[in-house]
Ligand binder design. Structure first.
Ligand SMILES: Nc1nc2c(c(=O)[nH]1)N[C@H]1C(S)=C(S)[C@@H](COP(=O)(O)O)O[C@H]1N2
Ligand SMILES: [Mo]
Length: 329
């Protein structure tokens, strides 16, 4: 007799709702098929230096108080309550530091001080900023935004940072600039990757891209803080992209370089799996991922347990159509 086990969709195991993770599992499978799987599972987050104290205490990773940011009155209500930080800051995607959601201890190996951000390419004023330049030159504001991963988990978080268009005004892109390429920190000595560091062909460093028009949109934001403090390393300290109308993978962490270019740049996930991770990647309930629907999403956190999910319908542009729909008309 065949036993048909049915269960509500919110009880899907993590691998069923985790495309990036499934991608790594496929890679591992393919790699073992071709018989060259030496050291595949061996390199893991464990090779990152990390302190036992941090393993034990998430609160030690949560950054320094960041004062002086003004709450932007347009973004005080995301239509849902903010996610408890205990969930948001311990359930992350950061593949440089591992393939699991529980990368916050390993991510503490990210060296963030000193930090420089090089802004270059088709601009009138190429500039290399250090972190103090960024936080002093650009007025910091707080914005409560929805966030939606392509894996269907969602959260609401209070970011602190500044609009991307403020940085654009500082460097003045030329009229030839049509796209922007963002590059994340990467050092293979520091970042073990998802246990697959020995697989050739992963397009490190992590890169992402926007059109210049998307970057100039009011919503596009650089975060240097979250929940009233500087960004924890697991969220992409010291500065990361936030584009709340797009799937979370568009929001590259720990940005070291921004380049204004004429052609659409190659990006990390789009290079690995172009059918699954589009360059545009706007949140859209009508466009299913090749292997599952995007019609619903699951809110991170719950009163009882971290991985009990509350399910909600997905909203086009993640609810930000009034700001961005015109970009795609
Ligand atoms: N450099 C880098 N940026 C990244 C990622 C990553 O693996 N590396 N993961 C992306 C994905 S898939 C998501 S959903 C978000 C997660 O952000 P959070 O961990 O701060 O919630 O970061 C994005 N930015
Ligand atoms: Mo994601």
């Amino acid at each position: 007799m065949v036993f048909f086990h049915s269960r509500p969709s919110w009880q899907l195991s993590e691998s069923q709702v985790t495309p990036e993770r499934m991608f790594w599992q496929r890679r591992r499978f393919m790699k073992s098929l071709i018989g060259a799987g030496v050291g595949l599972a061996a390199a893991s987050a464990g090779s990152c230096q990390r302190s036992k104290a941090m393993d034990a205490d998430l609160s030690l990773t949560l950054g320094e108080p960041l004062t002086g940011a003004t709450l932007n009155s347009a973004f005080t209500d995301a239509g849902r309550p903010p996610t408890d930080q205990a969930f948001a800051s311990s359930y992350n995607n950061y593949y440089e530091f591992g393939g699991s959601k529980n990368i916050w201890p390993a991510a503490q190996a990210l060296p963030t001080d000193p930090w420089t951000l090089e802004v270059t390419g088709l601009v009138k004023t190429p500039t290399t900023f250090d972190l103090d330049d960024l936080t002093q030159r650009f007025a910091l504001e707080e914005r409560i935004y929805r966030f939606r991963c392509v894996e269907a988990w969602a959260m609401v978080v209070p970011w602190i940072g500044f609009p991307m268009k403020a940085l654009m005004a500082a460097v003045e892109p030329t009229s030839e600039a049509k796209f922007v390429k963002f590059t994340s920190y990467y050092d293979p000595e520091v970042c073990p990757g998802p246990g697959l560091v020995s697989v050739r062909g992963l397009p490190w460093p992590y890169t992402e891209g926007l059109t210049v028009a998307e970057m100039a949109n009011d919503l596009a934001f650089f975060a240097v803080g979250i929940y009233g403090r500087t960004l924890p390393k697991q969220h992409g300290a010291p500065i990361r992209m936030v584009t709340p109308w797009k799937y979370g993978f568009k929001g590259a962490k720990a940005i070291v370089k921004i380049e204004f270019v004429a052609e659409q740049p190659a990006t990390y996930w789009n290079t690995l799996a172009p059918d699954e991770y589009k360059f545009e990647a706007n949140v859209d309930p009508e466009v299913p991922h090749p292997r599952w629907s995007q019609a619903k999403e699951r809110l991170l956190g719950a009163s009882t347990a971290q991985f009990a999910w509350e399910e909600q319908p997905t909203v086009i542009y993640n609810g930000y159509g009034e700001y961005v729909a015109g970009l795609y008309a």
